[in-house]
Design a protein around this ligand. Sequence first.
Ligand SMILES: Nc1ncnc2c1ncn2[C@@H]1O[C@H](COP(=O)(O)OP(=O)(O)OP(=O)(O)O)[C@@H](O)[C@H]1O
Ligand SMILES: [Mg+2]
Length: 257
Amino acid sequence: MTAAFSFSSIDKTFSSKDGGEVIALQNVDFDVRQGEFVTVVGPSGCGKSTLLRILAGLEVPTSGTVSMGGVPLSGPSRDIGVVFQVPVLLPWRTVLQNVLVPAQIQRRDMAAATAKAQEYLDMVGLAGFATKYPGELSGGMQQRVGIARALVNEPKVLLMDEPFGALDAMTRESMNVELLRIKERSGTTIMLVTHSIPEAVFLGDRVVVMSPRPGRVTKIVEVDLPKPRPLSIINSDAFGAYVSDIRANLQAVGGLD
Ligand SMILES: Nc1ncnc2c1ncn2[C@@H]1O[C@H](COP(=O)(O)OP(=O)(O)OP(=O)(O)O)[C@@H](O)[C@H]1O
Ligand SMILES: [Mg+2]
């Protein structure tokens, strides 16, 4: 089967303002299957956001190729939705209007898109906030607007960069459960970056573990836990074993303080 997307020998080096170079990614090489949920964990600064931005077509690798459905990627694709680490919302537009931005850019039927937008706002727990402005929302609520916005066009691939990092633990858990539900329903291929090992295990079909900078993939863990996954699974021995295994791997490569 054709992979949903593949990273082949990706290197990324940034030149810094003082003339030096920062190697962000080194020889990153893996495939993501159609409909798979892949999570990426690694220490701060190891290149997780860079990897995601390369796939989103927002950053060009120094060498190597990324392909989607076997075709090399050459810029942003309308089949990819992105949830950024910090939601970039337009302050002069209401919550609903912000969620509709991608639909407008792609010239979708606005009546249908508005119905979808309402559905996703409801799903992220913001049903009553459609007419509010971003400045009237908490950071966590703004992040949830960003999630609804990424989903409004129902992309084939959804990229999420620490989407729940700013949320309180309880909201975060319910968003995790909700995200798995969306995934089951839509069959979307998802790649999600997180700092949280338990979150990576709970959500992932596979967990990609990265080393400290320069970011390399040190291990890919297949998570053989049943789906759908109830939240209670996090108390099981099998779940705990995956978390310890990944933690030990990160420790071995110096990725945990
Ligand atoms: N546009 C840029 N110019 C120069 N250096 C950059 C640029 N973007 C990222 N970097 C550097 O590349 C490295 C990887 O950054 P990246 O944001 O991908 O890390 P990360 O794993 O997402 O970290 P975090 O977990 O803190 O979000 C860092 O050293 C960062 O300083
Ligand atoms: Mg990042």
